[in-house]
Design a protein around this ligand. Structure first.
Ligand code: ZN
Length: 147
């Protein structure tokens, strides 16, 4: 992106979604946090909506840490491509991390199309997360959203 290589560092989930698409909130939002060699961050956000079961997502919840705020290296390879919508259109804006240290200057990409997960999968991730952990939607404050 922008002529820079970003590497995926971690991903995590928020319920309900932190971002909205055309005013619509989603039951779950995934954040794929990338950084470049200088520590610049780029977050790719994917919205989840209830529908068909999501096989890749199932592998993740099967391996997810059961204690809060724990990280867990994945011991099985996951095809994360199937966690992304087929349409690669996205909204882009500049913002901050939504969790401390809330660093500014983060490149945000929000996929326009959502992917599905089953109601059981949503209930499972909600119980793993234990509580709602979304940061309320922030005012744009003059930020540009590029489509
Ligand atoms: Zn996040």
């Amino acid at each position: 992106m922008d002529g820079i290589n970003f590497t995926l560092k971690q991903f995590h989930f928020h319920t309900p979604s932190e971002n909205r698409i055309e005013g619509k909130s989603f039951p779950l939002e995934a954040h794929f946090v990338h950084s470049d060699t200088k520590g610049h961050l780029a977050v790719l956000a994917v919205m989840f909506d209830v529908g068909e079961e999501n096989e890749a997502f199932q592998h993740i919840i099967d391996q997810a840490p059961t204690d809060k705020n724990q990280t867990q290296p994945l011991d099985k390879v996951i095809d994360i491509a199937s966690l992304f919508p087929t349409s690669k259109h996205y909204y882009r804006f500049s913002g901050s991390l939504t969790t401390p240290p809330c660093s500014e200057g983060v490149r945000w990409l929000v996929m326009k199309e959502s992917v599905s997960l089953s109601l059981q999968q949503l209930d499972r991730i909600k119980s793993l997360l234990g509580t709602t952990n979304n940061r309320p939607t922030q005012p744009l404050n003059g930020r540009m959203v590029v489509q």
